[in-house]
Write a protein that binds this ligand. Structure first.
Ligand code: UD1
Ligand code: CA
Length: 469
C-alpha cells in the first residue's frame, strides 16, 4: 500500500508572539514538528511532504532533506495548504495521511488506528476525532441518527445546535489519495473566515457517495499548540507521559511537578530523581543513582550508583559510584571515572579524572589530566589560561595537593608527589618529590607586646567605639 503524508505547517503562528515558526518551539526537548515527523515514521510512513511558509528555513533545518517541502505563498486556509501538495500526490493510488504541524501529541498508535480503519471499511476518508469538554474553537463532527459522519463545521460557522456538539475534528485524517485530490479541486471559500477549509472535503466526498469513517482518540493526543499557554500545557502533558514511562521502568520520581525530563533521556532501574531536577538532551543515567535535588544534567552520561546533588553538568561523562555536589559545576568534555568525589564549589572543565580522586571543596580543574587517587586540597586552582592559550596540567596518580595551591599551565606533578599547602607551582615536580612554592614564614618574637597591640583586653573598648561609629 502506497501511504504518504502531508503535514500543514505554513501557519504564521501569530498567536505565539514569536519571531520563530510556531512548529519549531520545543516540547520536552523536541521541536513540535519533529514530534509529528517521528510519529509518522513510527507509524511506518516515510514519504512526508511539509507545507511551509515564510519561516521554512527553520523547519528545513530540523527535518533535513529526507522529507519534501512545498512553499505555500499565500495562506488561504487548510484546504489551500493541502492543495499545494497536489503535484506530490498526483498519480498515487494509496492513502494520504494529513496532519497539522502544530500537534506534538499525535501518536503513531492513533495514526495506525486510522489507517487500519481505512483498510477495514470501504471508506473515502477517516477523520480522527476526540471529545472535548470545551470544544470552543474546534471544528465539530456532525453525525446522522445512525452515527454516520455527515460533515465538519468550523466553530465560526456553527449554528447554536452545532455549537453544542462536543465531538471535535482533530485536523488529522487519512484519505484515499485520488478522492482527496478530486475534492480539493472543488473547495470554495464561502464561509465565515473566507478560507478554503480542508474540512469541507469530507462533505464533498459524502456527496460523491463515499463513506467516511472516524476514530475517536484521547483529547490530549489532538492538542494543537497555538499560543504560549498551550505550549506550556503540551509540555506538562508530555513531561507527565515521560515520567510515567520511567516509573514503569523502575525509576523513582519524587515530585512530578518539579521534575522535567526530555524525551531522549534514559534512566536505569532503582535510580531516584529528587525534586527540582531537569534532565536534558541525550542524558543517560545508570542504575541505583540518586539525582537531585535541584540538579540539571544536559547530555550527561552517568554510571551506576552515583549521587549528584544540587549540581549542573553539561556534555560530560561521570562514572559509577561517584559523589558529585552539592554545588558542583561539570562542564563539557569532562570525563570522570569511578569512585570520584567532586564536592562543593568545584568546577571541572575539559579534563579527565581517574578513579578514586577527590576534590571536595572550592577547586577549579580545567583542561587537565588527573590520575587515580589524587587529593585536591581545598582551594586548588589549575591555572589553565596563560593569557593566550588554554593549557592545563598533568597530575599523576596518588598526588597529594595541599590546600590553596595554584598549579600553572603545562606543569606535570609526578606520580606519588606532594605539593605543600599554599604553593604556586610553576615547574614540574618529580615523582615521589615534594613541591613547595611559597615564601618562607618569618616569626617575630614579642612583636605584639613591643608594639602595644594587645587586643584581648581592649575588646570592650573597641566594641563601644564601633557602636559609636
Ligand atoms: C483546524 C480545523 C478544525 C480543527 C482544528 C484542530 C480547518 C478549517 N479547521 O482549525 O476543524 O478542529 O484544526 O486543531 O481545517 N495551515 C497552513 N496553511 C494555511 C492555513 C493553515 O499550513 O493556509 C496550517 C497551520 O500552520 C496549522 C494547521 O494548518 O499547522 C491548522 O491550521 P490552524 O489555523 O491552526 O487551524 P485551526 O483554526 O486550528
Ligand atoms: Ca491549530
Amino acid at each position: 500500500m502506497d501511504i504518504c503524508a502531508v503535514v500543514m505547517a505554513a501557519g504564521e503562528g501569530t498567536r505565539m508572539k514569536s519571531v520563530h515558526s510556531k512548529v519549531v518551539h520545543q516540547v520536552a526537548g523536541k521541536p513540535i514538528i519533529r514530534w509529528v515527523a517521528d510519529a509518522l515514521l513510527e507509524a511506518g510512513c516515510n514519504e512526508q511532504v511539509y507545507i511551509v511558509g515564510e519561516k521554512q528555513e527553520e523547519i528545513r533545518d530540523i527535518l533535513g532533506e529526507n522529507v519534501a517541502y512545498v512553499f505555500q505563498e499565500q495562506r488561504l486556509g487548510t484546504g489551500h495548504a493541502v492543495m499545494q501538495a497536489a503535484p506530490f500526490l498526483e498519480g498515487r493510488d494509496g492513502y494520504v495521511i494529513v496532519l497539522p504541524g502544530d500537534s506534538p501529541m499525535v501518536s503513531a498508535k492513533t495514526i495506525s488506528k486510522a489507517v487500519d480503519k481505512m483498510n477495514e471499511g470501504d471508506y473515502g476518508a477517516v477523520v480522527i476525532t476526540a471529545v472535548a469538554e470545551d470544544p470552543t474553537g474546534y471544528g465539530r463532527l456532525v453525525r446522522d441518527f445512525e452515527g454516520n459522519v455527515l460533515k465538519i463545521v468550523e466553530d465560526k460557522d456553527c449554528s447554536p445546535d452545532e455549537k453544542a456538539i462536543k465531538e471535535i475534528n482533530s485536523s488529522m485524517y487519512v484519505f484515499k489519495t485520488s478522492l482527496l485530490l478530486s475534492a480539493l479541486g472543488r473547495l470554495s471559500a464561502q464561509n465565515a473566515q473566507k478560507e478554503y477549509y480542508l474540512t469541507d472535503t469530507i462533505e464533498i466526498l459524502i456527496w460523491d457517495g463515499n463513506r467516511i469513517g472516524s476514530v475517536v482518540c484521547d483529547i490530549e493526543d489532538t492538542m494543537g499548540v497555538n499560543n504560549r499557554k498551550q505550549l506550556l500545557e503540551a509540555g506538562k502533558i508530555m513531561n507527565r507521559r515521560i515520567l510515567e514511562k520511567h516509573m514503569e521502568n523502575g525509576v523513582q520520581i519524587i515530585d512530578e511537578n518539579s521534575t522535567w525530563i526530555h524525551h531522549a533521556v534514559e534512566i536505569g532501574q532503582d535510580t531516584t530523581i529528587l525534586p527540582g531536577t531537569t534532565l536534558m538532551g541525550n542524558t543517560r543515567i545508570g542504575k541505583e543513582c540518586i539525582i537531585g535535588e535541584n540538579t540539571r544534567l544536559d547530555g550527561v552520561e552517568v554510571g551506576d550508583g552515583t549521587v549528584i546533588d544540587y549540581s549542573v553538568a553539561t556534555q560530560c561523562i561521570i562514572g559509577s559510584d561517584c559523589r558529585i555536589g552539592p554545588f558542583s559545576h561539570i562542564r563539557p568534555e569532562t570525563k570522570i571515572n569511578d569512585h570520584v568525589t567532586i564536592g562543593a564549589y568545584v568546577e571541572v572543565k575539559n579534563s579527565t579524572i581517574d578513579d578514586y580522586t577527590r576534590a571536595r571543596h572550592l577547586t577549579y580543574i580545567g583542561d587537565s589530566t588527573v590520575g587515580r587517587n589524587v587529593n585536591f586540597g581545598c582551594g586548588t586552582v589549575t591555572c589553565n589560561f596563560d593569557g593566550q592559550d588554554k593549557v592545563g596540567c598533568i597530575i599523576e596518580d596518588n598526588v597529594f595537593i595541599g590546600g590553596n595551591s595554584n598549579i600553572l599551565s603545562s606543569v606535570v606533578l609526578g606520580k606519588d608527589s606532594y605539593i605543600a599547602a599554599g604553593s604556586t607551582i610553576t615547574n614540574d615536580v618529580p615523582p615521589l618529590g615534594l613541591g613547595i612554592g611559597r615564601s618562607k614564614q618569618v616569626n617575630k618574637d614579642e612583636w605584639v607586646a613591643k608594639k602595644n597591640r594587645l587586643r584581648g583586653a581592649n575588646y570592650i573598648k573597641l566594641d563601644t567605639k564601633r557602636s559609636e561609629l
